[in-house]
Design a protein around this ligand. Structure first.
Ligand SMILES: Nc1ncnc2c1ncn2[C@@H]1O[C@H](COP(=O)(O)OP(=O)(O)O)[C@@H](O)[C@H]1O
Ligand SMILES: O=C(CO)[C@@H](O)[C@H](O)COP(=O)(O)O
Length: 569
């Protein structure tokens, strides 16, 4: 059996599959139930999470699999998984010693009370590093050169810029740091009982990795080091980037003794949650667009290397963790589920998704000409510096709302209009910005994430994109696509390791082309077998949305300008 684990923004999930990838068990634990309060803390533009919470989450997940699902973890042959992207973990001096000597009789998080130089570390929602973003871009000649090298212009949540900020503002804490992990490399480090490197794919979300050579870029490491440290020190703190599909060792004694894992259970690098979802949904075909409607809304697709054209504009190019001969292109919107929830809780009674859908059905597609932008958090795509809410009446280019910061209370914007506006805007922005990904034609959309359970939202998505929307026809997978990707990647890694061994035995010390090996060993899970269509385009409404796209683009620009410049109010 394989175990896939996903540590995302609001929960940790585990999926166990058999060797044919059929689901054996699943479990999920809300991060809000672990005794750390909310899974993240907002402090102005900073958004931070307690690193120790992720250790507590791993423990609670394994307890749930054993005690509630009755799984014998001794049957797990290999483990892989993923984490919310970009979030960092700053281990303090001596922390690896703690990992190596964990006492199986004591809970994991309790033993890591002194393990972190920064008990609270930035996660992907943090937008506080703008100054360091501009400095890094300047350091290499601007956003274009940085994007051509790393796949993205400088983004606030990208870990390199967050490290630069910590080097400058938190130097006493930084100076006692012995290792920097991403959340995705922290979890396998816990499982292995030693530090595990950051995989190529999640490393592409740091503004530090050359996505073609898959090495840290010395000039960028020096750029984030500032005056108080050096690029070489940061390189040591990050450790070498990790090949995503090669084994990293076996599980540590702590997990063998405490949870009954086999000492032979193999570990493979964890990756980012979006790349892992790509693996879980089996996205490899041209024309497939994955849309994840989790805390963030993201859209991503696979592109051939030849078509990968980072330009310093929108979106990201990431290394593909299952096929290194291709890349992933991705867009991320920060105001996804939490913005929809805010409108639901304000406009719907009872505050349920069923009621939300009922209210949505009270207005026609096109919302009688109303369009609304709801950003309780500063947005990533397109970037805004402040939270803002703007609702535009039909034909108007000036928002109705009197305050840029609050969801409008104005009776001129009925609740049902706001409900439709948040859904339509979220779908229109995906369509509008997907054009910049370089994905030439989209034939179908595969959805995942919490809101993919909502057929009414998916119907709007199908009408806006004018393509059918598919869901994996198994709720255990569709609600856990990122964790399921961990099972598939663990199997892929085992195959790569076996092939590597055969080649060495057959040919003696041949130099392995690991990328070629990965491609040959990658048998994408065949999604055709298990996919179901959940929404098909309705021609009369497709026309309505096609007619709204241009206005959407110009109103989005106005909304961004207004939110940058409060004086207008
Ligand atoms: N039926 C639904 N309709 C719309 N949104 C939903 C529905 N069910 C869950 N959600 C949203 O899904 C979000 C959680 O999604 P999930 O993918 O689990 O998040 P993450 O992976 O970021 O932790 C919640 O914030 C919730 O608002
Ligand atoms: O920042 C990004 C991607 O670049 C986010 O998509 C995070 O990876 C969080 O994912 P979810 O918890 O919303 O799935």
């Amino acid at each position: 059996m394989y175990l896939g684990i996903d540590v995302s923004t609001q929960s940790i999930s585990g999926v166990i599959s058999d060797s044919e990838f059929a689901i054996v068990a699943t479990a999920s634990v809300s991060l809000a139930t672990l005794g750390f309060g909310s899974p993240f803390v907002r402090n102005g533009d900073e958004v931070l999470a307690p690193s120790r919470m992720f250790a507590a989450a791993l423990e609670k997940l394994l307890v749930a699999l054993v005690e509630e699902e009755g799984v014998d973890l001794g049957e797990i042959e290999a483990v892989s998984g993923c984490g919310q992207q970009h979030g960092s973990v700053f281990w303090t001096k001596g922390a690896e010693g703690l990992l190596k000597n964990l006492d199986p009789n004591v809970a994991l998080a309790a033993q890591l009370a002194d393990a972190f130089a920064l008990p609270l570390a930035p996660i992907w929602m943090d937008s506080s590093s703008t100054k360091w973003c501009r400095a890094l871009e300047d350091h290499v000649g601007g956003p274009g050169p940085l994007a051509n090298l790393t796949g993205s212009r400088a983004y606030e949540r990208f870990t390199g810029n967050q490290i630069a900020k910590i080097v400058e503002l938190r130097n006493p804490e930084f100076s006692v740091c012995e290792r920097i992990s991403l959340i995705s490399s922290m979890i396998p480090s816990l499982l292995a009982g030693r530090y595990i490197g950051i995989d190529h794919s999640d490393a592409s979300g740091m503004n530090l990795l050359d996505i073609k050579s898959k090495q840290w870029v010395p000039a960028l490491l020096a750029g984030i080091a500032g005056r108080s440290t050096t690029g070489d020190v940061i390189k040591l703190l990050l450790g070498p980037p990790q090949v995503p599909y090669m084994p990293i060792g076996t599980i540590s004694n702590y997990f063998v003794e405490r949870f009954g894992f086999s000492p032979d259970c193999k570990l493979f690098p964890f990756t980012g949650d979006n790349p892992s979802t790509l693996a879980g949904l089996g996205i490899s075909a041209p024309g497939d667009l994955a849309i994840s409607l989790g805390t963030s809304d993201t859209a991503f697709a696979v592109v051939e290397a030849a078509h990968c054209r980072p330009s310093g504009g929108e979106g990201h190019v990431l290394v593909n963790p299952v096929d290194p001969s291709t890349f992933i292109v991705m867009l991320c919107f920060k105001n996804g589920s939490l913005a929809r929830e805010a409108i639901r809780d304000k406009c719907c009674f009872p505050q349920t998704w069923d009621e939300f859908n009922k209210v949505l059905s009270q207005t026609p597609p096109g919302n009688l000409g109303y369009l609304g932008f709801f950003h309780p958090d500063p947005e990533i795509t397109p970037p805004t510096a402040k939270p803002a809410t703007h609702v535009f009446a039909p034909s108007s280019k000036r928002p109705i709302t009197p305050s840029p910061h609050r969801v409008p209370e104005d009776p001129a914007v009925p609740h049902k209009v706001q409900v439709r506006a948040v859904v339509e805007t979220h779908c229109l922005r995906l369509q509008h910005h997907a054009r910049f990904l370089g994905v030439t034609s989209i034939n179908r959309i595969l959805v995942s994430g919490g809101a993919s359970a909502n057929d009414s939202i998916l119907q709007v998505l199908a009408n806006v994109f004018n393509v059918p929307v598919y869901l994996v026809d198994n709720p255990a997978i569709s609600t856990n696509a990122a964790a399921y990707g961990g099972c598939l990647r663990a199997a892929h890694g085992l195959l790569c390791a076996d092939k590597a061994e055969q080649i060495i035995e057959r040919d003696g010390g041949v130099v392995l082309d690991e990328a070629e090996l990965a491609k040959k060993s990658y048998v994408p899970y065949d999604p055709e077998i298990a996919l179901k269509v959940v929404a098909t385009p309705q021609p009369e409404y497709v026309r309505v949305y096609a007619g709204m796209l241009e206005r959407f683009g110009s109103l989005e620009k106005i909304s961004v300008e207004l939110s940058q410049n409060e004086r207008l109010w």
